[in-house]
Design a protein around this ligand. Sequence first.
Ligand SMILES: [Zn+2]
Length: 325
Amino acid sequence: MTHRQFQPDSIEINNDAPSPTHHHPSLVWVLPALALLLTGCAKAPDQSQTHAAEQNPTSTTTKTSTPPAASATPTPTNLPTATWTPTPSQMPTDTWNIFGPGLVEIPILLYHHVEHSPDSTIYSIDIQLFESQMELLSQLGYRTITHMQLRQAIYEGALLPPKPILITFDDGHVDNYINAFPIMQTYGLTGTIYIVANRLDSDGFLSVDQLNDMINATWEVGSHSMSHADLVTLQPEELRVEILDSRLLLEDRLGVEVRSFAFPYGSFNEEIIGKIQNYGYRTGMGVGKINSHTASTIYYLSRHDVHGYLTMEDFRSLLSSNGIQ
Ligand SMILES: [Zn+2]
């Protein structure tokens, strides 16, 4: 598929939280649904059908989200201009470019385990292969950005390095700290790590101290829910705990803002996306196979699930295209 299939007929720009339903509904729901059949964090096989049904484009799910009043199309004064003056810490070493507003093409990668000789390569990647991928990113000139920089690019336009990329990790495995973190530091790359809040400090998962080390190295933390529950099966009060309370708990324990949410199993529906928005998040991370992002996908951004069986050629191709892995 090409990104043209996913591109909305017109791109609406506003400066605040958007409704995820502004654009062609069938495409918005169908593409992630297809991706779900192929990916998700160790999803039980018999549940994929449920998700496909949840995302059926013919669904008449009531729109529960009420986006805040949005301002109109940004004026030229919202856009970065040639007079933009970076602070010393932001001084680009490459020629930075303005991305957006509107459609922004940036690859977003998703990893789970990074470990030696994994038994499974679905949600795990060998350390050597991971290092080769990070080395390639560095050689190709990729520079990591934050989810808020991507959001700003979509809504206002943003000055970004020539080859921006987001690197994300789901579930908060301790091997992300032991293995991935030092490799990425070697290549000057940072990531966003999505934590299951009630696993914080538990065996096999990241501790507050480890996360603080990563935060001090400019990594970001997002929520991956409270308990890694399948959100589409939950009642409203349970959704509040998984979505809102997880954010508050992580912010309390870590002392940083948590404004991005990654959907457990990539599972979602329209009601849940409305809650992600209303409970204080600025971006939502899903799964998918495209690099094109717009206001219509800001709460279900397409991330490439980087399986451990990918060849380097596969990996390179997913960076530069909206093609098939
Ligand atoms: Zn997960």
